[in-house]
Design a binder for this molecule. Structure first.
Ligand SMILES: CN(C)c1ccc(C(=O)NC[C@H]2N[C@H](CO)[C@@H](O)[C@@H]2O)cc1
Length: 470
């Protein structure tokens, strides 16, 4: 096995041993999220979507390779209602203190494509390996502008496995200078103010649900609880303050550190105050990439280990969600969908999300083996796997969701204050397209949007509705 692989395995074993012990001694969490994101009508949202798009990491204008027709096709093919839309600090603030309104106009145009189709948009300030400035060619990192990238001339040597770039001296130093630059946190304050500019622009955009403050944070030479409860929590506080100065109501999504937590280890992210009036609107947005598959094995081969890792991951995510009193959106999960067992894995993750009340956005919609369409735009079998029945918006609190190709069962506690109907998306193949039957409810079928609207209940009792196709 290549040196890098051995390193990965060794790194993982140590992490898992430490983390595993921690999770074992921590007792059982709740089985579902403590809260839900709600829409303007007070309905609990179940978010299903895609990450759009990795291509934005490297395009000169930081725009994804996306047309409005692509958004229309996504809805028609998969009935999604959510998008994790990648934006880049380098494009928001190309020079210190100067913000590119043309870039934000382009983002707004794409947001409008989703808004027309009833989507909820999460803006993700995306980075991987800090930013293009960690190398002269700009071919390794994405996210931060060059003026905010201080490697102090330390080397970033070419790596066969991209993850190993995170250990390169120049990358570690760029992060260290960001997290600890001078005592007044100069670069972190720039980053937070960039969020303030984005929020000022989208505060009144109905489709923008909220802001994912940093993709897959990396602490450089500070790791684990010291990082998450230290500089990472401080960046989140600074960014929340800048956002709340201009936007009182959008949701703010916090990610844990990626390494270890993506695999299922517990996060030490502390609860962070939301200064808005009323309930806090802070959500938790972890990623899921089970280590056995990260190390190259197929789900068909390591299903047992991966299923166990998913259980540990879910338990630890729900513990953190309880600590933060936060809704949960699984911001990223994905794999090469052409590999043996891959679609079963995607289905398992979507079932886990139903069972726990999490939303999700699949990584990613970029053409190729991981995505729903190939380079020629031809739909892959992943489209059918992602096109699944789900309650998009619930007039109450969902307590159980169970769906398959022929039926959907939703149990929820009614909320008499919510007047808008519960909306259930049903895929084209649902029950082979037969006549719909909604047991326990009065409903109206919108064949164009493929949405069943279910009349609200006037009480706060537990209700179960089952939709089938006769
Ligand atoms: C060592 N560190 C810090 C590390 C290792 C591995 C990942 C990762 O696989 N991430 C999963 C996917 N997420 C990004 C986009 O957010 C994709 O490029 C990765 O495939 C992240 C960080």
């Amino acid at each position: 096995m290549r040196r890098a692989r051995w390193f990965g395995v060794l790194f993982a074993v140590v992490i898992l041993l430490v983390g595993g012990l921690a999770s074992v001694v921590r007792g059982q969490p709740e089985s579902r999220v403590p809260r839900f994101i709600t829409d303007d009508e007070g309905r609990a949202l179940i978010l299903h979507g895609l990450n759009t798009a990795s291509s934005a990491k490297s395009t000169p204008d930081a725009m994804p390779d996306l047309s409005e027709d692509d958004v229309e096709r996504e809805y028609r093919d998969m009935g999604t209602n959510f998008v994790r839309f990648l934006i880049q600090w380098r494009a928001v603030e190309p020079r210190p203190g100067e913000y590119d309104e043309d870039y934000l106009d382009k983002v707004a145009e794409r947001v409008s494509w989703y808004e027309k189709r009833g989507y909820h948009v999460m803006l993700d300030m995306h980075q991987d390996l800090y930013g293009p400035g960690v190398t002269a060619k700009g071919d390794v990192g994405n996210g931060a502008p060059r003026w905010a990238t201080e490697t102090d001339g330390l080397p970033v040597s070419a790596q066969e496995q991209w993850e190993l770039y995170y250990l390169e001296p120049g990358v570690v130093r760029a992060f260290d200078n960001f997290w600890g630059a001078a005592s007044d946190a100069t670069l972190m304050r720039h980053y937070a103010k960039a969020w303030g500019e984005v929020a000022d622009r989208f505060a009144d955009a109905d489709a923008v649900l909220g802001y994912d403050l940093m993709n897959e944070p990396w602490g450089g030479s500070v790791q684990g609880a010291a990082f998450e409860s230290g500089p990472l929590a401080e960046l989140y506080r600074l960014s929340i303050d800048e956002i709340r100065d201009v936007d009182a109501d959008s949701w703010i999504f916090l990610e844990p550190q990626a390494v270890g937590v993506n695999w299922g280890l517990p996060s030490a992210l502390p609860a962070v105050d939301d200064p808005r009036r009323g309930e806090n609107r802070i959500a938790f947005a972890p990623h899921l990439y089970p280590l056995p598959m990260d190390l190259g094995d197929d789900y068909a081969t390591v299903k047992g280990e991966v299923d166990a890792a998913m259980t540990t991951w879910s338990d630890n995510v729900l513990r953190t969600a309880q600590r933060l009193d936060a809704p949960v959106v699984l911001g990223e999960f994905g794999l090469d969908a052409t590999r043996p067992g891959a679609l079963d894995y995607v289905e398992s993750v979507a079932d886990l999300a139903d069972a726990t009340g999490m939303g999700w956005s699949y990584w990613s919609n970029d053409p190729g083996g991981w995505g729903p369409y190939d380079e020629d735009g031809k739909a892959s079998p992943l489209v059918k796997t992602l096109d699944r029945a789900y309650p998009r918006a619930v007039a109450g609190t969902p307590t159980a969701i169970d769906s398959d190709a022929d039926s959907l069962t939703l149990t929820f506690r009614g909320d008499p204050d919510v007047k808008a109907p519960t909306e259930i998306y049903l895929p084209r193949g649902f029950g082979d397209g037969g006549e719909l039957d909604c047991d326990g409810c009065q409903s109206d079928w919108d064949a164009d949007r493929r949405v069943l609207s279910v009349a609200t209940v006037a009480d706060d009792e537990q209700h179960t509705i089952t939709v089938t196709a006769k």
